[in-house]
Design a protein around this ligand. Structure first.
Ligand SMILES: Nc1ncnc2c1ncn2[C@@H]1O[C@H](COP(=O)(O)OP(=O)(O)OP(=O)(O)O)[C@@H](O)[C@H]1O
Ligand SMILES: [Mg+2]
Length: 463
């Protein structure tokens, strides 16, 4: 895309010469001779870079700068100051100008400054996009679903975020959206400016988990050469997300319980009590009550964690939500892969509604991603769906450990197709990069894709 530049200067000669030089370098250039005209054009053209003379006939450059930055914080402004006028250069930088040049300047300096401003713009807008997506994603706006079950979930989230520190237990099968809900609770609450820290309780051994949560003092054990803060301390003011909490070792459960009751803790090897203010959000796909009955989870901790509990129903119990989510993901991946998919054929929609979705929303999302990436068209049709959705075969070959007998093990071609699908997913469909990772030529990859699509290989996998 051409970078567009708006030159605001009252001298005709300067406007002309700058336009000429910048156009010759491939920029789109517009000009304005007064501050008022500059503001008007900035609003209508939405340039990426503005070259602004500080001395203008109708107003001063600083107030123009202030206004345009308010309207369009991403706009990169290069200011031109009179020789020796250091103060306005300093003021302009404070107001967010990206660069300044003093008169008289060399044309080459203007070109260099414009180039770097264009780069700044691209970076700033990427970051902005990412932030907005992150915000939308995490603030819960994107929790899709109109079923009674999901309405209840949203209501509960709304209530929970109004309380400061209430602990929340989120339950539900794998892929039902527990992490999404945990993030929504954090980012929609007053704690959103403080950190959300996450720890997966199943991926640490007892002492490591304790260390991860509460940190340690220097010298607490042989390797402890320095004091280290734990997550509890690091997310003071924020939210601690204890994922797969059912797998927390019993001794760590005791420490956590003590922390919940006193709201303070000691670092491992430390003597001093440290007080923090955090909200605990825990999640599990196990039946925690059964864990309590089996003696694997402390009853008292269970009750402290589930002050409010939010249960996420399996996807197959959410009725039409399957299609709402399907459309949502179609939109997401069509945009991402520049495809045209926007709907389902009636037969495919019917199949979506009757399928059991053992992997829940995650399975649905992965399926849509794969179809949009690998297929062409506007509607997802039956022929795009994997055999297990069409009832042609039993469990996905992705879980050979669960295969009942040797005949249900995948063929090499299926494993190859699955691996190719995964690499393509990770490279966002970039065939050259995927081919490099796979150690084959791009042409070879295209050939394999063509062949596996013919015999349904790539479609057969389920993530
Ligand atoms: N209601 C929803 N609306 C939109 N996206 C959703 C919804 N529920 C889940 N997702 C998406 O589905 C995927 C899986 O969700 P998530 O990771 O939150 O599941 P989980 O319950 O934590 O799974 P696991 O138990 O395996 O950790 C994510 O990409 C998430 O964004
Ligand atoms: Mg999760």
């Amino acid at each position: 895309m051409k970078t567009s530049v708006l030159v605001v200067d009252d001298e005709l000669l300067i406007r002309k010469s700058l336009s000429k030089v910048l156009r010759a370098r491939g920029y789109g250039v517009e000009t304005a001779s007064t501050g008022a005209e500059g503001l008007e054009k900035a609003a209508s053209i939405r340039p990426q870079v503005m070259i602004l003379d500080m001395r203008l006939p109708d107003t001063d450059g600083l107030s123009v700068l202030r206004r345009v930055r308010q309207v369009d914080p991403l706009l990169q402004v290069i200011v031109i100051t009179a020789f020796g006028d250091v103060q306005s250069a300093v003021d302009a930088m404070k107001l967010g100008a990206c660069d300044f040049l003093r008169k008289p300047y060399e044309m080459e300096d203007i070109v260099l400054a414009t180039e770097s401003a264009g780069r700044n713009f691209r970076q700033a807008s990427e970051l902005d996009l990412y932030r907005r997506q992150a915000w939308r994603h995490y603030s819960g706006e994107e929790i899709i679903g109109e079923s009674a079950a999901m309405r209840d979930v949203r209501d509960l989230i709304e209530k929970v975020v109004r309380s400061q520190a209430t602990s929340v237990l989120i339950t539900g099968d794998s892929g039902t959206g527990k992490e999404l809900v945990a993030r929504a609770i954090h980012y929609r609450s007053d704690r959103s400016q403080a950190p959300l820290m996450e720890v997966n309780c199943s991926s640490f051994h007892e002492s490591l988990l304790e260390n991860e949560l509460f940190g340690h003092e220097r010298g607490a054990f042989t390797d402890a050469t320095d004091t280290k803060k734990g997550l509890v301390e690091l997310c003071d003011g924020g939210t601690l997300f204890l994922d797969e909490v059912a797998d927390m070792p019993i001794p760590t459960q005791a420490k956590l319980l003590r922390f919940i009751d006193h709201r303070n803790f000691k670092r491992v090897g430390g003597a001093q009590d440290i007080t923090v203010d955090i909200r605990l959000v825990a999640a599990t796909n196990k039946d925690l009550e059964a864990e309590v009955r089996g003696g694997r989870f402390r009853n008292d901790l269970y009750f402290r964690l589930k002050v409010v509990s939010i249960h996420l129903a399996p996807l197959c119990e959410r009725g039409d939500d399957v299609l709402l989510l399907g459309h949502h993901f179609l939109g997401e991946f069509s945009r991402k892969f520049s495809k045209r998919f926007s709907d389902f054929t009636p037969e495919a929609a019917q199949r979506f509604l009757s399928y059991s979705w053992p992997g829940n929303v995650r399975e649905l999302r992965n399926l849509i991603e794969r179809v949009v990436l690998l297929e062409e068209g506007e509607k997802v049709a039956l022929e795009h769906l994997p055999p297990e959705m069409l009832g042609q075969r039993g469990p996905s070959f992705e879980v050979p450990s669960r295969a009942a007998d040797a005949s249900s093990l995948p063929t090499l071609a299926q494993i190859e197709a699955e691996h190719i699908g995964e690499v393509l997913r990770l490279t966002a469909g970039n065939k050259s990069r995927a081919a490099r990772i796979l150690g084959i030529s791009r042409q070879g990859l295209i050939e394999k894709l063509r062949r596996s699509r013919l015999d349904g290989g790539v479609d057969r996998q389920v993530s």
